[in-house]
Design a protein around this ligand. Structure first.
Ligand SMILES: C[S@@+](CC[C@H](N)C(=O)[O-])C[C@H]1O[C@@H](n2cnc3c(N)ncnc32)[C@H](O)[C@@H]1O
Length: 257
């Protein structure tokens, strides 16, 4: 059964984040009024802090993740600080477009960009079967670091990066071209890519994406293929292996089909 639009909108963290600031506003007005009545001196900085604190508490009550609460806390003070620098309005437009190109549909996917790093690359390279050439995909390949590394380590294999956000995809493609890599970078939603083509699917996404990823993998992946997820487990699906990565101590989860 499809959910009503209002409920789906409320499920988006960015909508709840906005509601937290809106809900904090009347509480801030009341708090400032009460404090002013008791003779406490009020500056704009302290008003921004009060607004941020109320918004962070509301964000917590609305079930937003800890980084959203930090953003809620810092946001009003950040706006105040930016006003103080008297920055040109065009700068905000440029920043908006830049963030849009990097984060693109994070609003929908709830998977922002952050790189997995060297420990993950080592761990992934070490679990790849070595007895045959492989087709490997990094679903949500970001700036392409892991894909380029695997393509270098496994010249016998095909390595694809699938990325939805335009700027990370463009950067990864450029890195591939400049380094002469055989890796392929596709700008696509991995939801639309057939996992059945691949022997190994690697994902570094977010807790919000894991159930959907599992359903897709279960539907499409062939017997003998492997699903890898860095840091994020799949609720209720016991992995076949848990590899503690060397320096980050984060876990690489492995499921065999
Ligand atoms: C946490 S980053 C991981 C980057 C890279 N795999 C790594 O290990 O460094 C997740 C990436 O997935 C991308 N992403 C999120 N949902 C996606 C989707 N449905 N299809 C393709 N890419 C997606 C995001 O834009 C982001 O760049």
């Amino acid at each position: 059964m499809t959910q009503p639009v209002s409920r789906r909108a409320f499920a988006a963290p960015s909508v709840r984040a906005l509601l937290a600031q809106a809900g904090a506003f009347p509480l801030t007005l009341i708090a400032v009024w009460l404090l002013a009545r008791t003779g406490v001196p009020m500056s704009w900085e302290s008003v921004a802090l009060i607004q941020g604190a109320f918004a962070a508490v509301i964000a917590w009550r609305l079930g937003l993740a800890v980084w959203w609460r930090a953003i809620e806390l810092a946001f009003p003070s950040g706006v105040l600080l930016a006003r103080g620098f008297d920055l040109p309005p065009s700068l905000f437009l440029v920043l908006f477009v830049l963030f849009l190109l990097i984060y693109w549909s994070t609003f929908r996917t709830q998977v922002p960009y952050y790189p997995s790093g060297r420990a993950a690359r080592e761990a992934v390279a070490n679990v790849l079967p070595v007895d045959r050439p492989l087709a490997i995909a990094d679903v949500g390949s970001g700036l392409g670091g892991l894909v380029l590394d695997l393509a270098r380590r496994r010249p016998d294999s095909e390595v694809d990066g699938i990325e939805l956000a335009p700027l990370p995809w463009f950067v990864s493609r450029l890195r591939g071209k400049l380094s002469g890599s055989r890796a392929r970078f596709l700008r696509a939603d991995y939801e639309a890519v057939n996992f059945g083509y691949y022997d190994v699917v690697f994902a570094y996404l977010s807790p919000a994406a894991m159930a959907g990823l599992w359903h897709k993998a279960e539907r499409e992946m062939r017997p003998g293929s492997i699903l890898l997820s860095y840091e994020f487990d799949i609720p209720g699906r016991m992995p076949d292996r848990r590899i503690v990565t060397t320096n980050s101590k984060k876990i690489l989860f492995l499921w065999e089909f």
